[in-house]
Design a protein around this ligand. Structure first.
Ligand code: AMP
Ligand code: ZN
Ligand code: FE
Ligand code: FE
Length: 289
């Protein structure tokens, strides 16, 4: 008998942040793509967890509850945006909640500022942005992009990100995010398993050095997301070697955003042994059908 290993995708987004599917819809999409396990990892929130958990029995897809936390590494040349995936943490942990709340609040202020700057040159209003954002959702540039698409200013999120939403554009405003080392410690304190998302995604901006990854590993970083569409073969080889050197787990994921991005759910996957390690270390269990 041939036993096929479970297919596991550990990074997706729903309308609880900047994905276009509902949390339920993410699990439906996962099932349709032949996945056995999916992690819902919306930006700076756990708002989608309950709905996703309810979809486990219906879809037969197991759920890893996670969050993609916005963080920054400060360097002499400015700060580098680092996305830190946390898996299976206690959603009620006070310190982690406070950090995510602070980031979400400042994301709102920042989105209003960016909208005001955009409104100087384009026909968009704050109401247009709100209309594109799910209830309770973590607001981000993708929602501004959607408002610009709806107003006919650009054809797609991709076009908006390549032009007026780019960090180099005059409409760009940064938002608060905790230091990455603080976030790693906070995730560990909440019983979560911290994995650095797309550490080599150069197209998004500057990436962290091997020394920085080593320093984070010393603080308790558990893994690196190596197999991700934003990494070319050379970046994957380098990150795999770095993970081996530092004793870090290696994950692979799609970073699915529904129709908001090209990433297809399940396009990269994580080995079952790695998920077993994550579950062993995390405070929560994987929710299985
Ligand atoms: P923000 O966190 O508000 O600065 O927005 C960054 C988020 O936008 C990232 O987490 C990506 O998931 C998403 N993003 C980046 N580039 C694109 C793109 N070209 N199309 C759609 N979404 C994107
Ligand atoms: Zn996103
Ligand atoms: Fe990310
Ligand atoms: Fe993501």
């Amino acid at each position: 008998m041939i036993v096929t290993p479970p297919r596991i995708d550990l990074h997706t987004h729903s309308r609880a942040s900047d994905g276009t599917d509902s949390p339920h819809g993410v699990l439906v999409a996962a099932g349709a793509a032949g996945l056995d396990v999916v992690a819902l990892t919306d930006h700076d929130t756990t708002a989608g967890w309950a709905e996703a958990a309810d979809a486990v029995a219906v879809t037969g897809v197991a759920l890893v509850r996670g969050t993609e936390i916005s963080t920054r590494v400060r360097t002499e040349g400015g700060s580098i945006s680092v996305h830190l995936l946390s898996y299976l943490h206690d959603p009620g942990d006070t310190a982690l909640r406070a950090e995510c709340d602070r980031t979400r609040t400042d994301r709102l202020t920042r989105a209003r500022r960016m909208t005001a700057l955009l409104a100087e040159d384009f026909p968009v209003t704050w109401d247009d942005v709100v209309a594109q954002t799910g209830d309770d959702a973590t607001v981000g540039r993708p929602h501004l992009a959607d408002a610009l698409v709806a107003a006919g200013v650009v054809a797609s999120r991709d076009e908006a990100f390549a032009t007026m939403l780019h960090p180099g554009a005059r409409y760009y405003v940064p938002h608060y995010a905790p230091d990455t080392d603080v976030a790693v410690r906070t995730v560990l304190g909440a019983g979560g398993v911290p994995v650095m998302a797309h550490p080599g995604a150069g197209a998004r901006g500057r990436t962290v050095s091997d020394e920085t990854v080593a320093a984070l590993a010393a603080v308790g970083l558990a893994g690196l997301e190596v197999d991700h569409r934003d990494h070319d073969d050379a970046a994957r080889r380098r990150l795999r070697a770095l993970a081996a050197d530092l004793g870090l787990l290696v994950t692979g994921s799609s970073d699915y955003h529904g129709t908001g991005k090209r990433n297809r759910i399940g396009e990269h996957t994580t080995a079952p042994e790695v998920l077993a390690q994550i579950e062993e270390r995390g405070r929560l269990d994987v929710i299985r059908p």
